[in-house]
Design a protein around this ligand. Structure first.
Ligand code: GLC
Length: 534
């Protein structure tokens, strides 16, 4: 019986140059190419990271028609649990859903460093600290891979902003690169050996990540001994032949044969050694055969069970930032009339925008979950208080103030509307909408018992902090986040989360402020290692 290694060596000898080149790019948006002639199967990859975003077919991007899956809290919430075992368990749940949908690799976790509080994808990343990011990223990787599903550690590397992300070169000194921006990836690679690593859109010191020999070969392969597969971020190829030389295995998505032909031409012109292709294709075949060997068919999952687990995770992520005079928890001994203010309580924002967007199996909202827990012990009066769709609309404040004034305690559910933070662009400031700030300050004039509940993917400023008695950071808590907020407010869950990123009082106080988001296609990491809590 030949070993897998021997079978693959035999296949390399039998594959034509054209077939090898074809294995260096995807078949379409989500699958790798098979080579039927030799019994080489294709495999299916899909986004994550905090829930499966599977397109109904492999050649469309799946935005808007993705299949339903459990939407877990996003990475900025997961990291606030500081709980490796819990995050490993999230990985397990994700893997089960991948198996149910016949997905072999989930494209996560995102471990990029939160260099600036305004980073558009901060919600999708763990921390400003490389060790925490690496350790939690490894927990996610192991949780998924222990079930026999692959992962993609992303985005390798220095992809900490969204503004012109495909063009702006991260200009960074060696010490900062090593101590901060590579350390998280190094920890994750060495602790969890991800099946794939995803190379980022941006250049680093002028060299595109997807053809950067220093990063992909010298560091990832030679120094860290990584023998998995490197995939590009989607349409992140700028020079495919240089990518092969650097150690870039698979261009995603498959965009036809244009780059395959360039590879073949380069070999025939003597500009590319076919042995380099053989090395990459060998590792790709190892990935494909490993995936097929461990894939499980006929797996199903219970939506309610996964939803309840997502609620447990969201509850552990909630951070009690302030609780003067033991305002919380809300108990019938202390209060009877509860004012619940804020449209977020009936229209939950539970995840971030972009490629990570999951179609949830169901969504909890805070109002319904509070009313369930309150039962007959409390009177809950709701007021919209602001409009998520209009940052400056003040028409709802008067009613909200009246509602708060008549209650024993006022819950103000505020935060960032979805257009504030997203993949594809960065924030320009860290404030919550003006109407929400006005609401807090107006309610504070008539009610001393105020608890602010925050729905946001990353740091926000809190100029109103002294006007309120309690603050709960509830993040983008996933589809069960509403229930988790109710659990903490009413003392069913003890808030044990801790911040994993700095919440600056003012953006101007942050050290990346002067060099973010860069200009003239250069992003100078002028602050070096001294950013965030450092
Ligand atoms: C996106 C993201 C990446 C995602 C990929 C596929 O542009 O940067 O995180 O996995 O493309 O959707």
């Amino acid at each position: 019986m030949k070993t897998i290694e021997q079978q693959i060596d035999k296949l390399i000898k039998e594959l034509t140059l054209e077939e090898k080149a074809s294995l260096c790019s995807g078949r379409n948006e989500w699958t790798l190419k098979p080579v039927e002639r030799l019994g080489i199967p294709g495999i299916w990859v899909s986004d994550g990271p905090h829930g499966l975003r599977k397109s109904p077919n492999s050649n469309t991007d799946g935005y808007g028609d993705q299949l339903p899956a459990t939407c877990f809290p996003t990475a900025s919430a997961l990291s606030a649990t500081w709980n490796k075992e819990l995050i490993r368990e999230v990985g397990k749940y994700l893997a089960i859903e991948c198996q149910a949908y016949n997905v072999n690799v989930i494209l996560g976790p995102g471990v990029n460093i939160k260099r600036s509080s305004t980073g558009g994808r901060n919600f999708e990343y763990f921390s400003e600290d490389p060790i925490l990011s690496g350790v939690l990223g490894a927990a996610y990787l192991n949780g998924v891979q222990n079930e026999g599903v692959g992962t993609s550690l992303k985005h390798f590397v220095c992809n900490s902003q969204e503004t012109q992300r495909m063009m702006v070169s991260s200009e960074i000194d060696e010490r900062t690169l090593r101590e901060i921006y590579l350390t998280n990836f190094e920890i994750a690679v060495k602790k969890a050996d991800p099946w794939t690593v995803m190379a980022a859109y941006n250049p680093v010191n002028g060299s595109d990540c997807t053809s950067n020999k220093y990063l992909l070969n010298d560091i990832l392969k030679e120094e860290w001994k990584y023998d998995g597969v490197v995939v590009t971020d989607w349409i992140a190829v700028y020079d495919r032949v240089e990518g092969i030389k650097a150690g870039m295995h698979i261009e995603m998505p498959g965009i036809g044969e244009i780059n395959d032909k360039k590879i073949i031409a380069a070999v025939k012109a003597g500009k590319l050694d076919e042995k380099q292709i053989d090395k990459l294709v060998k590792e790709t075949l190892k990935l494909v055969f490993k995936a097929k060997a461990v894939e499980k068919k006929g797996v199903t999952f219970n939506n309610d069970e996964h939803h309840n687990f997502a609620r447990k995770v969201a509850g552990e992520a909630i951070v009690l930032l302030k609780n003067e005079n033991n305002l919380l928890p809300i108990t019938k001994e202390k209060y009877n009339k509860v004012a619940l203010l804020g449209e977020f309580s009936i229209s939950p924002r539970f995840q971030g925008n972009g490629s990570s967007e999951v179609k949830p199996t169901r969504i909890d909202n805070v109002k319904d979950e509070i009313i369930k827990l309150a039962g007959n012990d409390f009177q809950v009066d709701y007021a919209q208080a602001y409009k998520i769709s209009d940052d400056n609309d003040l028409t709802q404040i008067k009613k909200a103030v009246e509602t708060a004034s008549a209650a024993d305690i006022a819950i103000l559910h505020v935060g960032l509307p979805s257009h504030y933070e997203s993949e594809g662009y960065d924030r320009e400031h860290i404030d919550i909408p003006p109407a929400q700030i006005k609401l807090i300050n107006e309610v504070a004039k008539v009610q001393k018992n105020i608890v602010v509940v925050l729905t946001n993917g990353s740091a926000i400023s809190m100029p109103w902090l002294n006007n309120v008695s309690a603050v709960l950071e509830a993040w983008l808590g996933g589809q069960a986040g509403g229930g988790a907020i109710a659990d903490v407010l009413f003392g069913k869950v003890n808030p044990s989360g801790k911040l994993a990123e700095t919440f600056p009082q003012r953006l101007e106080d942050t050290s990346a402020f002067l060099n973010f988001p860069g200009m003239n296609r250069k992003l100078i990491y002028g602050e070096g290692i001294f950013f965030g809590y450092r």
